[in-house]
Design a protein around this ligand. Structure first.
Ligand SMILES: [Zn+2]
Length: 405
């Protein structure tokens, strides 16, 4: 029950199942003894939980494995292929749809571009058509995850402000998708989705406490995960780093604030600067903002000093964003993602220098800043991660047995 602070026995059982599947999701194959050690539950409890999950088709045995102490035991693994997920990324000028599973395996993904002025209903029906096609082909889809540009008002099911896309404010994504597909649908703000993708599918070998995913693309935002849980705020719009003032006397932003970070280092901001200062590097007369970013990164690498100036200025503002993230959330890692990652080699040293100069040494020496290395677009992967996280949270609800019940 929402808001309940007590736990019934059934909630506790599901929490323990969730703890087990989260371990298997990260480690692929594990013995019952290993899981008992990592969860702090007794071997007897694990044996019981695993038996119930095998019956539900969530986990299965995977042959003999060697334990850390050189003892042989039976391995367990998640039946990830029986828990496929459709991920949908919705962005300002494109949408992407893909099929994944809860282990992060990628089956297929497609990308569709559309012009700014396109009727939202047309875009939405094209998106739905692609999802129907994938649902027909992939029969084990248990849930659909959608990532949208923020701030996303989760109780209302709609996006509050999308710079340059006012026609989309009235679309209620939850209602649209629930009415169309007979599957549980989960929606997350793009930066939060990217953070979940990094947490679940990022393959980070060191254990993480607090992860900050810093999205710098058409919009600018951050997703923060502390010990596996997203930091959301009361309406789910926390960590809107892109709308923090970096110049309180700066120009007015569509959100109502002045001199927002997003106005200085987002892809549209880069496009504007490139048009003014280095128009010769643009691929065509009216390029998409992401194409302009890629073009200016290439020109800077080729030694164009005016292009390098745009890149340096952008990197400095990304650095100011990182300083805010470090001071606000004290993360052990900041991962830069979206279109800026394409200029990572140019941007990262400048970002790190800004952080070194502006954050106290006790903090900045503890935080790693890196570029996202995910196999697919972190926001699309994040859409899948959003639904995956729900499956991991309530595994029995998404199992074949759970669905029958
Ligand atoms: Zn703003």
């Amino acid at each position: 029950m929402t808001g309940a602070i007590g736990k019934n026995n059934s909630d506790l059982t599901e929490m323990n199942r969730s703890a087990v599947v989260r371990i298997l999701q990260q480690q692929e194959v594990c013995s019952r003894a290993d899981i008992a050690r990592q969860t702090g539950l007794t071997q007897a409890a694990i044996t019981k939980i695993v038996a119930s999950m095998m019956e539900m088709g969530i986990v299965s045995e995977a042959g003999i494995i060697m334990n850390g102490d050189n003892r042989r035991s039976i391995g367990l693994r998640l039946n990830a292929d029986r828990h496929q997920i459709i991920g949908v990324k919705f962005a300002r000028q494109m949408f992407a749809v893909g099929v994944f599973d809860i282990s992060g395996k990628i089956y297929i993904h497609t990308e569709t571009k559309y012009p700014f002025e396109e009727d939202p209903r047309k875009v939405l029906s094209a998106m739905k058509e692609q999802i129907h096609t994938m649902l027909k082909k992939y029969e084990n889809v248990v849930s659909i995850g959608l990532a949208v540009p923020g701030p996303y008002l989760r109780d209302e099911g709609r996006i509050a402000v999308v710079t340059q896309m006012s026609a989309w404010h009235t679309i209620n994504f939850i209602e649209e998708f629930k009415a169309e597909f007979n599957k549980p649908v989960f929606i997350e703000h793009d930066a939060n989705a990217g953070a979940l993708a990094e947490w679940l599918f990022g393959g980070h070998t060191q254990p993480l406490h607090t992860l900050a995913y810093f999205l710098v693309g058409d919009g600018v935002g951050a997703g923060i995960i502390e010990r596996g849980r997203l930091f959301l705020g009361v309406q789910g719009t926390a960590c809107e780093t892109g709308h923090i003032s970096v110049d309180v006397h700066g120009p007015r932003c569509e959100c109502g604030n002045y001199g927002c970070l997003e106005m200085y280092c987002s892809a549209p901001a880069i496009l504007k600067k490139v048009k003014e200062r280095v128009p010769e590097c643009l691929p065509c007369e009216n390029p998409q903002s992401s194409d302009a970013c890629i073009a200016v990164f290439e020109a800077a690498r080729a030694g164009n000093p005016k292009a390098m100036d745009v890149v340096r200025e952008t990197a400095e503002y990304i650095g100011y964003g990182c300083v805010t993230l470090i001071n606000a959330y004290n993360p052990d890692i900041i991962i830069l993602g979206d279109v800026v990652s394409r200029g990572g080699d140019l941007l990262l040293p400048i970002v790190q220098e800004v952080v070194r100069q502006r954050v106290i040494p006790e903090l900045h020496t503890k935080v790693r800043i890196k570029i996202s290395a995910l196999k697919v677009d972190p926001t699309l992967y994040g859409a899948a991660a959003t639904a995956t996280d729900k499956v991991l949270q309530l595994p029995s609800k998404f199992s074949a047995a759970g669905k029958r019940g």
